[in-house]
Design a protein around this ligand. Structure first.
Ligand code: ZN
Length: 303
């Protein structure tokens, strides 16, 4: 039976785009692999960060809204994502972040691995987890889902998606479950936390909009649509996102899930060696390019 191959990308909402680029590209060293627009709102950017090639499992995307109000994570939302940092780089990077006042506290321990939490320009957590398997600083370690009642979500992840439940740890007054996907080195962990009495969150700058899981190709994605339908989860039709095809559904706890194809990838509309340098528009917006370029704020990309 086909299993989910881990995280494809994480999509979040931010405030103004320049501080976002300065932090994720300038400070964290993630490459801006695609500069495009929100396909549902072409007057705003959609920014994609990742490793040099924009491989699945490294992609963090933002919808920057200059006047987005500050959001707040809560049950029914993905509350954090974590980068896997090689052991050899962990102290240097986290010390450097601490010197620049970007960390919230010293290193904690989660399932035996050190974790340090940074705050991005919108106050959102960016977790760095020391990982013996990581070969660079671009891949995700895990994403955390915050659930009021995790049972049905855990069942979907294990029984339908094929994740394996690795263990449970207590955390504060709640608990954290850890799951692992097979066959993917990056983004293979998924955590589910439950915190008693937590207030509902609200979508806005500094919150995660959805998380996307990897699938190999269109045929496997169609299989997922059928499997999810038989399990009682109705997905959207396939949406052409230019760099992957996507289907969406809400998992039982309320988090928006996407299943995205690995192909065609980010080199479909510009050379692999100059990813992210120029504004790319899907075909339907090319005729409006001049107008769109006038509306979008200019962006300086440091590296
Ligand atoms: Zn997505």
């Amino acid at each position: 039976m086909t299993k989910i191959r881990g995280i494809h990308h994480v999509t979040a909402i931010s405030g103004a785009p320049q501080p976002n680029v300065d932090f994720f590209n300038g400070v964290l060293g993630q490459k801006l692999v695609k500069k495009t627009v929100n396909f549902d709102d072409p007057g705003t950017y959609h920014l994609y960060y990742g490793d040099a090639a924009g491989n699945p499992g490294t992609i963090l995307t933002f919808f920057p809204f200059a006047d987005a109000g500050r959001g707040k994570a809560g049950p029914g939302m993905a509350s954090a994502y974590a980068y896997a940092i090689p052991t050899a780089d962990f102290d240097r990077i986290t010390d450097d972040m601490a010197v620049h006042g970007l960390t919230t506290a010293g290193a904690g321990l989660r399932f035996g691995e050190r974790v340090v939490t940074l705050r991005d320009p919108d106050g959102a957590p960016v977790e760095l987890i020391e990982s013996a398997d990581a070969s660079d600083t671009h891949g995700f370690h895990s994403v955390t889902l915050w659930e009021r009642d995790p049972e049905r979500t855990l069942r979907l992840l294990t029984d339908v998606f094929g994740y394996r439940h690795l263990g449970t740890e207590s955390e504060g007054t709640g608990e954290r479950h850890r799951l692992v996907a097979e066959g993917s080195e990056r983004g293979r962990f998924l955590d589910v936390i439950q915190v008693p009495g937590a207030l509902p969150g609200r979508q806005g700058a500094g919150t995660i909009h959805h998380i996307a899981f990897r699938t190999k190709d269109d045929a496997e994605q169609a299989e997922w649509m059928d499997r999810l339908a038989s399990a009682g989860h109705r997905t959207t039709d396939v949406k052409d996102r230019q760099y992957f095809n996507a289907i969406y559904f809400r998992e039982p706890g309320g988090v928006l899930f996407e299943i995205a194809t690995d192909p065609p990838g980010f080199a479909i509309d510009e050379p692999a060696e100059s990813l992210g340098r120029s504004l790319k528009l899907p075909q339907q917006y090319e005729p409006m390019r001049a107008r769109i370029e006038r509306v979008l704020p200019p962006l300086r990309v440091p590296a």
